[in-house]
Every structure is written in C-alpha cells, then in structure tokens.
Design a protein around this ligand. Structure first.
Ligand code: LMR
Length: 395
C-alpha cells in the first residue's frame, strides 16, 4: 500500500522550524516562521490571556462539546472586532461567523465551502503570497492562479499590474486578498488603492476572500481592519478569515474564525447551515479553551484595553527593529539600500536576499525562508548585530 509513496518536500515555512529545531548551535536564530518574540527572544504569554485563563480555571467549567459553529460569545466578539460593533452587516444579520482552527483552518473551511457551491471558479492569489495559500486552495480542488502584486524593483506594490490582473479575471473568480500586513512582502495597498481594488472586484463580479492574520501589526487594530468595513459597505458577498495566533500570541491554541457576508439575513442563514456541514464533516466542532479566553478578553473592557496595549507594544517593538536593522546595515553594508525595510509593515520583510544567500545564512545557523522573507519580529537587541553581520557578509 505505501511502497510507492514518495517523500514529500519539507514545508517551506514550518520545515525551516524543523531544521532550526534540529540545529545544535546554541546561537541559532529563527527568522523563518511568522512568530513574534519579545526582546528576550521569548514568545510572550500576554498578561490579558493570563488573567482570562486564571478566571477560567476558577470557574472550573466542564469541557463539553461546543456547538458546531463554535462558542457563541466568541463568534459574537470576533464578529464585532472584524466588522465593527455597530456594523450594518451585523445589524441586518447578513454576516455569519464560525470559530475555526486558526487562520489556516478558517481558510480551509472557506475553500471547502466555495468548492461545494462554486465548483467551476478558479482562485487567484497574489504573486507572491503566503506559501500555504496555493497548496491549501489546490488541496480543496481549485485551480490556483497568481495575480500581479509585488514589484521587486521598488520593493512595493505593482498597483497598475494588480488592477490589470483583477480586470482580466473571469467573473466569479475567487480573489484572495491580504487585508493588512501582506505576507510575505510587507507591502500593503494604500486606502486609495483599496478603493480601486473594491471597484474592480465589484465591476468584474469577483468573489473576495480577505485573509486577516495580522490585524494590529500594521497601523493599529481599527486601521488594519478598515478594509473589511469598506467591503461590507459595498453590499457584495465576501469571506474573511482571521486569526488570533499572532495578535494574542496564541499560536499553538489554533484560534481563528471564518466570517461570511451574504446579501440578506435569510441567505446568511442558509450559508451558515451549509458551513456547519463543512465543519461537522471535517472536525465536528472546535476546541473550547482559547476561544473562551479570547472571548473574555475582547468583551471585558479592562482586559480589552490591556490586550490593545500589549498588541501596541508588539507593533512598536517590530518597528524599532526595522529601523535598527536598516541603520546597522547602513554601517555594515554601505553599498546596499535597505531603507525599504522601514516602509514595509507587519511581521515580515521581503529582504531581497536570494535563495543562495539564505542558504549561506543557514550555514551560520540563521534561518530565513528561501524566498528571502525574514521575520523582523524575531529580531531583538541581542541577536540583531549577529544577523546584520551575517547579512552584510552574504551580500
Ligand atoms: C507564517 O507565514 O510564517 C505563519 O503564518 C505561520 C504559518 O503557518 O506558515
């Protein structure tokens, strides 16, 4: 049965963590996976989460099954975060939200749902996109294409190219858009450009699927989520996946959600009923713990404030690391201009390092993604000099 099975390649991102874990050099540095580390190189357990978890432990609630769509208090809190508390799509009951197994789980639910109800559509992802987007949508049975996005020469968005790609897509195509903090490039659209993208999506009958895994790591929670409200205002149907892996530092808890906006409350009811079948036949219903903690933080004013402050702290530290990286590289590699790293937003920088250069960094136990993506959120005041020296050397 298994005799002819070939060895699969390592995952382009999590495979790097596997190689990093196997490295015995105590000075190893992992700039591969998108994980925020504090200045001591530790993944933080946020204060707001600690308080919520302590309260949950006191409550000693039984761990019975959650509803298929997840914890009601969580789904409500997430919906208000994603669309804004007073949003029309919530008031008109056009938006439905289900708890998901992280952002990846939310994308997979959406992909399976779309494949069932729009089987002939093709999917378009940005060029480049998160490494797992293509595999995930192909795994759900879709043909996956690229749309123009990144301009390596400017380290920014090739916006004319992107618009041309959108306008050339057949009606009904599913277009995966990064709501903020584009992964892997760190190059985001301006608010003006989003307006043109929304018009193109509406005019050409496309199905937008917004992936929002980094809300709060760009300009702020509200600013980063603003594009969702703009899509909601169009009255178009669309999907949004979101994740609390990064913003709550709850990576291993796999806590995210999928929201779908329908054109009426009645339609949304039918959509939810079918989405529940996708959940039930995949993993039945989601886990309780982190959803309870996140729901408590989001809906308790003091904890919510604490979370927003802690998230601001993470965002600010990443910006500081961007600046420090640029300044130090100016000294160590004067012939090279890395100013663009300061302009990029979110956890990542598409550094422009080639696969060969990334390979040479790895020989020094510094791990990055083969495409040259580095996680700026893994830099700290202790490892920065070593990273800058190594980068200068491979340049
Ligand atoms: C990343 O891009 O590094 C993160 O989203 C983690 C992952 O699952 O790939």
């Amino acid at each position: 049965l298994f005799g002819a099975i070939e060895m699969a390649p390592r995952d382009p991102i999590l495979g790097i963590t596997e190689a990093f874990n196997a490295d015995t050099n105590p000075a190893k540095i992992n700039l591969g996976v998108g994980v925020y580390y504090d200045d001591n190189g530790k993944v933080p357990l946020l204060q707001c989460v600690q308080v919520a978890e302590a309260k949950l432990m006191e409550q000693k609630t039984p761990r019975t099954y959650l509803p298929i769509e997840g914890l009601a208090a969580y789904d409500k809190a997430v919906q208000e975060l994603v669309f804004g508390a007073g949003s029309e799509v919530i008031q008109e009951k056009r938006a439905i939200t289900v708890q998901a197994i992280g952002g990846t789980g939310a994308l997979k639910l959406g992909a399976d749902f779309l494949k069932r109800f729009s089987p002939g559509s093709e999917v378009y992802i940005s060029d480049p996109s998160w490494e797992n987007h293509r595999a995930l949508f192909e795994g759900a049975g879709f043909v996956v294409n690229n749309y123009t996005y990144y301009d390596a020469a400017t380290h920014g968005v090739d916006f004319e190219g992107m618009l041309a790609s959108l306008k050339a897509m057949p009606r009904g195509s599913i277009v995966v858009l990064h709501a903020c903090c584009h992964n892997p490039t760190g190059a985001d659209l301006t608010q003006g450009q989003w307006g043109q993208v929304i018009d193109a999506v509406a005019d050409h009958g496309l199905v937008p699927f917004l992936d929002m895994a980094y809300q709060g790591f760009g300009a702020g929670i509200t600013e980063d989520g603003a594009v969702v409200g703009r899509f909601a205002a169009t009255g178009l149907p669309f999907l949004v996946s979101n994740s609390f892996s990064k913003s709550f530092s709850l990576y291993g808890e796999r806590v995210g959600a999928l929201s779908i906006v329908a054109t009426s409350g009645e339609e949304a009811g039918r959509v939810l009923s079918q989405l529940k079948r996708v959940v039930r036949t995949n993993y039945s219903n989601p886990p309780t713990h982190a959803a309870k903690a996140v729901a408590m933080v989001l809906s308790t004013p003091e904890l919510r404030q604490l979370w927003e402050d802690e998230l601001t702290g993470m965002r600010v530290r990443i910006r500081e690391m961007r600046s420090a990286f640029v300044e130090k590289l100016k000294e160590k590699a004067p012939g090279h201009d890395f100013e663009f790293v300061r302009r990029q937003v979110g956890m990542f920088s598409y550094s422009g390092l080639t696969k060969e250069q990334v390979g040479k960094l790895r020989e020094q136990s510094i791990y990055a993604v083969d495409t040259g993506r580095i996680c700026v959120a893994a830099l700290n005041s202790t490892n920065l000099d070593r990273v800058v020296d190594a980068v200068a050397k491979v340049l």
